[in-house]
Design a protein around this ligand. Structure first.
Ligand SMILES: Cc1cc2nc3c(=O)[nH]c(=O)nc-3n(C[C@H](O)[C@H](O)[C@H](O)COP(=O)(O)OP(=O)(O)OC[C@H]3O[C@@H](n4cnc5c(N)ncnc54)[C@H](O)[C@@H]3O)c2cc1C
Length: 403
C-alpha cells in the first residue's frame, strides 16, 4: 500500500490542448494475465506498448486514469543530457558507467523519435537544439571541461563563449554548450497515443483500479485492488511514478517539489532556433517553446514534499521563474497564463532505477526520473521488454535498484 500523493496542483499548460480519449474498463471481477502494469502515466504507457507489440498479454491498472499523474504536469523537454553533468557524474560513479549512462540516454531519445514516427503518434513532436548555460554548478571553464568530457564519450557538443552565444542566441554575459538531437512534445498526447496502440495490440486497461497489496510466490504475482478484485499475473511492472509501493526500496531516492509556468502564444518573440534552454545552476531554470509559440519554463525546485507548502509558493515561484527568464530575453513577455507545481522524484546520480525488485524477480519497478522522465521511460520499456523476452540488456547493471 502507499499514500496517494497530490501529484500536481494549478493548471498545467496541456489543459489548453486536446489529447485523444483512452477508453478504460471497470475492474469488477478477478482477472488473469501474463504481465500487469500498474500505472498509466508515460512510463506505464511506454512499457505496455512495447510488451503488447511483442505479443505479451498485458493488463494495465491505474488508481486515477490514463495520464492523470505526474505526466500531466510534465513540461516535456525530451533530453539526452541528464540532470547531473557528465564530468560530475564520472566522479560519483566512475567514468565508464557515467559515459555509458549518457550514451544510453542519447540512444533512447533517438529510439523514441523513431518509435513515435513508426507508430504514427501525433504528439506535436519537434526536434530542437539545446543550450546548457553556465551557472553556479558549472562555471565557464567547467563548461569547457564538460564539453571535453562529452567529446571523450563520443557525444558531440559545441562550446559557445559569451560573444558567440550573444551573436547566435542573443543571450548576454553567459557561455553555453550547444548540442543537438533533443525533442519537445505534448506528454498527454504521447501517453494517450501509446496507450491506444497498446489497446489495439490487445492490452486491457482498467481504471480507476488501485493496487493495494502485492504478493509473489514462485510462479505468480497476486495484485489485490481496492474494492476486492484481484489481478493474477506472471510478472508485474510497478510504473506508479512518485507514489512508490511498499515493496520498492526507497534508498537514494527523494521526492521534491518543482514549479512551472507557460505564457500566452507569442510566436514573434521566441528566441533563435527555438532551442531548449537549461542551466547548470541550483536551483536551475529550463525553458522550451510550443509549436503555437508559448514559452514553457520551470525549475525553482524545493527540497520538501509537503503539498500545502509547495502549493502556497506557486505565485511567488512563478514570478521568480518569469523574472529569471526575462533576464535572458528582455524583449519577451513572460507573464504566466498557466502556473503549476508538482512532485518530482530525484536520485543522487540523476540516473533512474529500472529493473527487477531485489529478491522479487517477478516484479519490475521504474523510478527516480528527475528531469529526464520521458527519456528514462523509453529506456525502461527497452530493458523490461528485453528481460521478458528472456534476454538481458547490456545496461541492466547501470540502472539496477538498490538493495
Ligand atoms: C513540473 C514538472 C516538470 C517536468 N518536466 C519534465 C521534462 O521536461 N522532461 C521529462 O522528461 N520529465 C519531466 N518531468 C518528470 C516527469 O513528469 C515524470 O518523470 C514522469 O511523468 C513520470 O511518469 P510516470 O508514468 O512514472 O508517473 P505518473 O505520470 O505519475 O504515472 C504513474 C501512475 O501510476 C498511478 N498509480 C500510482 N500508484 C498506484 C496504485 N497503487 N495503483 C494503481 N495506480 C497507481 C497514478 O495514478 C499515475 O497515473 C517533470 C515533472 C514535473 C512535476
Amino acid at each position: 500500500m502507499q499514500r496517494q500523493l497530490d501529484l500536481h496542483t494549478g493548471r498545467p499548460v496541456w489543459s489548453a490542448y486536446r489529447a485523444p480519449r483512452v477508453p478504460v474498463r471497470r475492474l469488477i471481477r478477478d482477472i488473469k494475465t501474463e504481465v500487469v502494469v500498474i500505472g498509466m502515466g508515460i512510463s506505464g504507457a511506454m512499457i505496455a506498448e512495447a510488451l503488447s507489440a511483442a505479443s505479451h498479454d498485458v493488463v494495465l491498472i491505474d488508481r486515477r486514469g490514463p495520464g492523470h499523474g505526474s505526466t500531466a504536469a510534465n513540461t516535456a523537454l525530451v533530453q539526452h543530457e541528464i540532470d547531473m553533468p557528465l564530468s560530475l557524474l564520472s566522479r560519483r560513479i566512475g567514468r565508464e558507467k557515467a559515459e555509458r549512462g549518457c550514451r544510453r540516454s542519447k540512444l533512447a531519445v533517438a529510439n523514441l523519435h523513431a518509435r513515435i514516427a513508426d507508430l504514427g503518434i501525433r504528439c506535436n513532436l519537434v526536434l530542437r537544439p539545446s543550450l546548457y548555460l553556465d551557472g553556479d554548478v558549472l562555471s565557464p571553464s567547467d563548461m569547457r571541461k564538460e564539453g571535453a568530457a562529452r567529446a571523450a564519450a563520443g557525444l558531440r557538443s559545441l562550446y559557445l563563449p559569451p560573444a558567440a552565444l550573444k551573436e547566435r542566441f542573443g543571450i548576454e554575459g553567459r557561455s553555453a554548450l550547444l548540442s543537438h538531437g533533443n525533442m519537445a512534445l505534448d506528454p498527454r498526447k504521447l501517453t494517450a497515443g501509446l496507450l491506444l496502440r497498446a489497446r489495439a495490440n490487445g492490452a486491457r486497461l482498467y481504471a480507476p483500479a488501485e493496487a493495494t497489496a502485492i504478493e509473489t510466490d514462485v510462479d505468480r504475482v497476486r495484485v489485490a485492488t481496492e474494492g476486492g478484485p484481484v489481478v493474477l499475473a506472471q510478472h508485474a511492472v510497478l510504473a506508479t511514478g512518485y507514489e512508490l509501493m511498499d515493496v520498492v526500496p526507497r534508498a537514494h531516492h527523494q521526492i521534491v517539489s518543482t514549479y512551472a509556468i507557460a505564457t500566452r502564444p507569442q510566436p514573434r518573440s521566441i528566441w533563435p532556433e527555438k532551442a531548449l534552454i537549461w542551466e547548470a545552476s541550483d536551483p536551475y531554470l529550463y525553458a522550451r517553446t510550443t509549436p503555437d509559440g508559448r514559452v514553457i519554463c520551470g525549475g525553482e525546485d524545493e527540497d520538501f514534499q509537503s503539498e500545502d507548502r509547495r502549493d502556497s509558493l506557486i505565485g511567488a515561484k512563478s514570478r521568480r521563474i518569469s523574472d529569471k527568464l526575462l533576464k535572458l530575453f528582455p524583449q519577451a513577455d513572460f507573464t504566466p497564463e498557466f502556473a503549476w507545481a508538482g512532485a518530482f522524484g530525484t536520485t543522487s546520480t540523476g540516473l533512474p532505477f529500472i529493473g527487477r525488485v531485489p529478491r522479487n524477480p517477478r516484479l519490475f519497478a521504474v523510478m527516480g526520473y528527475g528531469g529526464n522522465g520521458i527519456t528514462y521511460s523509453q529506456i525502461a520499456s527497452e530493458l523490461i521488454a528485453t528481460a521478458l523476452a528472456g534476454g538481458e540488456d547490456s545496461d541492466t547493471d547501470l540502472f539496477a535498484l538498490p538493495g
